[in-house]
Design a protein around this ligand. Sequence first.
Ligand code: FAD
Length: 374
Amino acid sequence: MTTKEKNYDLVVVGGGPAGLASAISTLQKLKLSVLVIDGKQTNSERIGESCPPETILLLKQLGVETSFYQGGHTPCPGYASVWGRSDVGYNDFIVSPLGHSWCLNRKQFDLMLANRACQQGAEIAWNTRFLGTEPLSNDDEGHVLNLENTHDKSRYKVKARFVVDASGARARFARALGVGKKIDDRLFAVVRFSEIAAGQASKQVQLEATPDGWWYSTLLPAQRLVTMFVSEKEQLSWLQGDKKKGFEAALQSTTFIARHAEQLLLQNDQFYIWPIYSGLLANIEGSDWMAIGDAASSYDPIVAQGIYKGLSDGILSSQTLLAFFTGQSECRASFSENVIKRYQFYKKSRQQLYIQESRWANHSFWQQRLMTSA
Ligand SMILES: Cc1cc2nc3c(=O)[nH]c(=O)nc-3n(C[C@H](O)[C@H](O)[C@H](O)COP(=O)(O)OP(=O)(O)OC[C@H]3O[C@@H](n4cnc5c(N)ncnc54)[C@H](O)[C@@H]3O)c2cc1C
């Protein structure tokens, strides 16, 4: 079916966890025409894999609990971290009523949500980038969205009565409307995905603080390992040279993660650089649009809450959409208030985490994190 020049009740910009959860949850409540667009292909590499135990409750609400258990995601028993001290501390989920956390196969996870959204009746246009909006005549309601097919570069328009911006931290739709995002902190992650050819990787998430940033490593499904360094741009000048050599040299600043990695035979390394923004959108919703997930509020991955937050926002957004499409906008719960409160709580939790590391109090990375958390 062609999507060209079509009218939809709802267009969701972004087919990540937040956008797909919004489409699923809304279609569970209402029969609407829903288009989800995403600039990426279904099988492109995605970042973010650690999920708290409570995630399963949201997946149940979305009707994907069974497919999730069949999806080959790896149970994770807890954290092993070198943070604020030089020995290893352990934080296991043995006392959590919902059990262990999860390490996701992200491609599989997002595909599972996309399949569910399609089953519920959503149309999904991958390789379709949102470019901007066009003003409507005064007596017309909704939004006209300019889209581009990323394969053949053809452009077309769709019209939506309501738009959900789930386009990730850059909040493409909200920003096209002129809404600003207050960025409290900006970091970079250098990420290495490797295949484990030999050796037994720990199932625990490993975290380690170093003078210029922090490291994270975890076993992924299908015997893959992700290792990531989070730092400031100024500390990453080695990226201009040989990335593999630079990464391995930087990894030597760890005492725990490097030792563990040495026991594994890794192959087919792939490197990615991801920007990380901690920030909150100045205006999270209007009369016929709203921002959810990272578009509304984006977090430092140290708190590992991004996927949970995206799913939760997606589910909550369906209440706003229900009120809008049944003509009861006055009953609309304040989604923004929740997002703002949660962001303030996040900032406190993040500060608590960074405060615990005082060994390099005179190093720029740690000084800046405390300043940006305040
Ligand atoms: C390095 C790093 C590590 C992380 N680790 C974790 C972790 O371990 N656990 C965790 O819970 N979270 C983690 N996160 C955060 C997590 O990835 C995000 O919070 C989560 O993916 C947000 O979901 P979302 O649906 O809001 O946005 P996204 O997952 O970012 O999805 C947005 C979608 O919008 C699409 N899009 C963007 N612009 C356009 C456009 N113009 N047109 C069409 N489509 C567009 C994108 O292609 C993307 O698919 C990490 C983040 C980073 C950067």
